[in-house]
Design a protein. Sequence first.
Length: 271
Amino acid sequence: MKDILTAPFLRETCSTASNMYRLGWDERNGGNISMLVDAAEAAEYLDLNNVIRRIPTGFDAKAVAGRIFVVTGTGKYFKNIEKQPEKDLGVIRISADGSEAELLWGFADGGSFTSELPAHLMTHISRLAADPNHRVVTHCHPTYTVAMTRVHPLDERAFTRTLWKTCTECIIVFPEGVGVLPWMVCGTNEIGAATAEKMKDRRLVVWASHGIYGTGRDLDEAFGLIETVEKAAQLYMLTAHLPTLNTITDENLKALAARFNVDYRKDYLDE
């Protein structure tokens, strides 16, 4: 059996966590990552019959029963994950009845998965229904995106339009727009359900005064979506207090969408 510390799914999670910490998106133990792992790939590194312990999931996760995830741990600092993955990460499998996570590896210090796991699993369920190739959910606290929620209306259409009009690549990278939630208590099934509902037709949801959820078919896509929103939010925060002399118009956005053949959310642009 191969050394799990060399597994691509583990190395990619570690390097992404380190990069997110370096960018200031995941201070202290802020943020979390979960990624679907193919059972055949996991079996190259783990004995899938060896369940170390069982941890309640906190909600009915039967929709992803039997699926395997690598997930960050609760209270774990992203800056340490690459140095001690066996403590700060876990590989879990959802039990047949969806009520438990079967720990197959990790959390070696007796820890558990992120408190946001229910929200992650709810989002995985929503995104898998929309895209069978979906694999990743990431949550973090990018500075300018959070700042933008403090001063910008939280209307999803208005928020998306501001991002699209601030930076040329935005409508190309997230043509479906971003979802936006008002402030809610984190780590609850309520915010998880609200996020999952918006994830039915988009890959990004902003949590006001908190952070962002980004999803994708791999870690690069999920990371890149958040990175693009954060760049546009930074540009907005650097210029929002100044007179706007130039902008990207709705006609410009339509031309961009046509040039790059993206199916954007039509009702977010004016006729």
